[in-house]
Each structure stands twice: as C-alpha cells, then as structure tokens.
Design a protein around this ligand. Structure first.
Ligand code: ADP
Ligand code: MG
Length: 389
C-alpha cells in the first residue's frame, strides 16, 4: 500500500512526499479495561495498518487527506487548532500536531495523504493507528528525537484532550511499540514493557478475529461510567488505582466494599483481569500456549457478568466457537460490539468459522467479518525521499 499512498500524495500535492510511514491496528489478547486502572495489558499488532505519506511545511499550515473519506484536502492553520473543535476524522491527525506543539516541539506544518486497512470502529484501534503514523512521521521529519513510548503518550493526549475521547494508553503504545511475532506485555503504570514471543503458526495454532459489525461508537457514556466506578472503587479502598489491590487480597477488599454491589463487580473484574494477564504471560513464557485458552474464556465471563460490557453478538461468537472446538475465545476491546478473538487449532478454523457464520445468520445478525490475526510489526518508516519505494 506504500506505493499507492505515495502516488496519491503526488496526485494531490503535485510533488513526492518526504517519506511514507505505517502504523498498525491492534488486538488485545488479554487485559481489558485495565489500562485506566494502572494495570496490565497484552496487545499485539495486526497486519492491518494506516499508511501516511508526509512532507513538512514551514508556513503554519496542515493539509490533510484520507483516501478512505469522501471529500477533498482539508486545510487547517496550526494556530487555530484547539481541543474539541473538530468532530471529523481530521481531529485525530490534527490532535497529534496540536499535542506536539503544545509540548513545545517545533512543528511548523505538514502535507499528509493517508489510507488505512484497519477497519474503523471495530475495536481494532483504527484511531490509534492514525495518530501514531502521524506522530512517527513528524518525529522523523522534524528530528524530534522522541522515543516510541513518548509518541504514544502524545497520541493519547491528542485523543483524550483534542478529540475528546477518554481512552487509556494501550492502543497507542501497541501501535507504536509492538514487534512482529510477539505480544506486548505492558505495565500501563510506568509503561515498562516486555516483548513476549507469540508465534502461533509454529505451534499449529491460529487466532481468529471476528468483527461482529456492531459499532461501539455510541457507548462512550458507558465507558465513562465504568471508568468512574473503578475510580470510586479505588477511592473506597484507599489506593491510587485498582492496580494496587493484590489478587491475594481480593476477597478482603471486596468485603470492605460492603453493599456497593456495582463497585464490587467492577473491582473484581479489574483485579482478576490483571491476574489473568500475568497468568497468560507466564504460560506463554513457558511454552504452554494452548493453556491460555481457558484464561481467555474466564476473561470473557468476567467482562460479560462483572464488567457488563458484552453484547449478544459477542457472546454468540464466544459460545459458538467454544462449542465448535475452539481452545479459547473472548470479546476484545472496549465492548458493546466490536470484535472477539478465538484461539483454535489450525485444523479447526474452517469448522469454527462456518459455525459462527451460521449462528449469526440463524440469529438474524449482520454477517460477521472473520480474519486470521498474525502478530505483526509496530509503526515504522516504509520509505524516504521521492525516488525510493
Ligand atoms: P476504533 O479505533 O476502534 O477503530 P474509534 O471510534 O476510536 O474506533 O476511531 C474511528 C475513527 O477514526 C473514525 O470514525 C474516523 O474518524 C477515524 N478513522 C479511522 N480510519 C480512518 C481512515 N482510514 N481515514 C480517515 N479517518 C479514519
Ligand atoms: Mg479508537
């Protein structure tokens, strides 16, 4: 896609870009809603990427174009960029420029043309891919010298403050820092990370992503409620964040919450989910990949029953896949739609896929999109200058 995006840039702006960059979407293997509780997550990068051709400008102008959106080039003045003033897709790249400038980095403009193969609104983080590809391009072009985790922080700030979406740090860090053939074990408190080998094919395993096509976009309110509930739980327990509640102390902590039933459920999910991430890390590190299946299933039950963010379509994927021989399955991402993941023996993939498709048809749901996810590379520069590829 790099060449296509480069050609698109030439067509729009009449000259070649200074470079072409890519940044992937992600799937979270385990560790859901833990990232705003200072906890653990374990995403890996998808082969689906946002690709951007970019050149610097010196006149304080930002020109943006997406091959995937109707309409022409959007031209913005850097001095006019202000939080929550843009409800369009351009808020993501413009937000990154705003965040960089606000942090004191001397960005004086850019021409951008991009395209993405990350499905938007499917819980696979097309928004972070968009942010990270712009951040990496500007970091290189303006020689800002920022590290990957710093770019991720700036992108999160762009999404939280400029776009106005209260998300954690996982998506941007995954897109910026993941490595091919690995899952990223990330401590969202200090952003320390460890690359965990996750080579499914070598073990005869497959990981399917099932996009239910149920859009999650309208559920920011529910996300905010869960987040506020977790913060209340931490306050009631006298800790900075739910990360600080040890798994071994969970029962005692829940007892202290008394009849705060809803808070009890939220706290139980976060504390057990952090523990599940640690279990998955240790299983993968000891080569017991198949044994993560039941941990994924436990994670789904916790999101469905305690955190209450699943939906009938996600539950149907999980139940059908498990009944058809999957080793494990769970919803992934923020919830209320989006995608589920299924871990299966390679030989069972066709049976499981067919069973899920048939179950959706029988339930009268929109046909799901099913694809295989191979842990892919994080953000990178694809080419430089106008002549190279
Ligand atoms: P997710 O990150 O789960 O895909 P979000 O709602 O966070 O969902 O982000 C989706 C938004 O990102 C889209 O509504 C659009 O504004 C923007 N976006 C994603 N991909 C593209 C693209 N290829 N071109 C322009 N905007 C895009
Ligand atoms: Mg997003």
């Amino acid at each position: 896609m790099g060449q296509q995006v480069r050609d698109g840039f030439v067509e729009l702006y009449g000259t070649g870009p200074e470079g072409v960059w890519s940044a992937p979407g992600r799937v979270n293997l385990i560790g859901e809603h833990t990232d705003y509780n200072d906890g653990f997550v374990m995403p890996f990068a998808l082969p689906h990427t946002a690709v951007a051709a970019v050149s610097k400008r010196t006149d304080g102008v930002l020109r943006l174009h997406s091959a995937d959106v109707e309409g022409g080039v959007v031209e913005l003045r850097l001095d006019d960029l202000a939080p929550e003033t843009d409800r369009n897709w351009t808020a993501y790249p413009a937000g990154v420029v705003w965040a960089l400038r606000e942090a004191g980095h001397p960005v004086t403009g850019a021409d951008v043309h991009l395209a993405s193969t990350v499905p938007a609104g499917a819980g696979l983080s097309s928004s972070a891919a968009l942010e990270v590809v712009i951040a990496l391009a500007l970091n290189d072009l303006y020689e800002l010298g920022l590290q990957r985790w710093q770019l991720a922080r700036l992108c999160q700030r762009a999404e939280n403050v400029y776009v106005g979406a209260p998300t954690g740090i996982m998506d941007q860090t995954a897109s910026a820092c993941c490595e091919e053939g690995h899952a990223l074990f990330l401590d969202t408190r200090d952003l320390s990370q460890k690359q965990i080998p996750f080579d499914l094919a070598a073990e005869g395993l497959r990981l399917l992503v099932v996009d239910t096509r149920v859009k999650h976009a309208h559920n920011e309110g529910e996300y905010g409620k869960r987040r506020a509930g977790c913060e209340k739980g931490a306050a009631l327990l006298g800790v900075d964040a739910l990360r600080d509640v040890a798994y071994d102390d969970l029962d005692a902590a829940l007892a202290r919450l008394g009849d705060e039933e809803e808070i009890v459920r939220l706290v139980r999910h976060i504390v057990t989910e952090n523990h599940r991430v640690e279990r998955v890390v240790s299983l993968l590190e000891s080569g017991e990949t198949r044994a993560i299946g039941p941990v994924l299933v436990e994670g789904h039950a916790s999101l469905r029953d305690d955190f209450r963010i699943s939906c009938p379509e996600l539950d149907l994927v999980v139940d059908t896949a498990l009944a058809s021989g999957a080793l494990g399955a769970r919803m992934t991402g923020g919830g209320f739609g989006g995608s589920a993941i299924v871990l299966a023996e390679a030989a069972d993939v066709d049976t499981i896929t067919k069973a899920v498709q048939e179950a959706f048809a029988a339930a009268g749901f929109t046909a799901p999109r099913v694809f295989e996810a191979v842990p892919a590379a994080g953000a990178r520069r694809l080419s430089r200058g106008t002549s190279s590829r």
